[in-house]
Design a protein around this ligand. Sequence first.
Ligand SMILES: [Ca+2]
Ligand SMILES: [Ca+2]
Ligand SMILES: [Ca+2]
Ligand SMILES: [Ca+2]
Length: 208
Amino acid sequence: MTASTCNDSNHATGSADYDTKISIFCADCEDMTCVAGQDDGSGCAGFSTNLSWASQAGATYLILVHSFNGQVGNFELAILDDGVPIVADVVCEVYIEVDIDIKPWSDPNSINLKSKGVISVAILTTEDFDATTVDPLSAEFGPNGAVEACGKGHIEDVDDDGDLDLLLHFNKQEADIACGDIEAVLTGETFDGMEIEGFDSVNIVRCN
Ligand SMILES: [Ca+2]
Ligand SMILES: [Ca+2]
Ligand SMILES: [Ca+2]
Ligand SMILES: [Ca+2]
């Protein structure tokens, strides 16, 4: 992709009336990684900017238009798609955030660390996400990444709202949830390879 304020003869590349710089960040506002930056683009009049970077399909990029030496002014930012995405030098974390429910029929999600057994975790279908597209065997739960204890998922309407959800079971010891944990994460992939991530609270009872 290219982000541009370049004053050149081709008016498709944006413009600026001051000395711009552009920086590109990936991930989200709380965990930004700078992947590219430029001050003056070659062939751009007035020290304007024409920055290309290797984009990754599905990633979210944040574009900061700032300036050399504290200058201020007006700009028009052009975003140009230069072609197919390629693997970026800096890989952005691309997750679909999903709704999960640990122990679907309990609230709070009390977990007794002194007993063995399995923990049920549901991935809930919402308007934006179909939980049945998740590959049950890709799912990992807890700090230690426990895998599905039965080797398969169960598709059912866990929360009784009329759509089908995915119910998974994980061995408590394998998940390795610890005393003092207040939430647990589930990660996985859809059958077409998009990574998913969901969090829910846990309430540890009977700590060792
Ligand atoms: Ca500049
Ligand atoms: Ca619950
Ligand atoms: Ca639903
Ligand atoms: Ca449902």
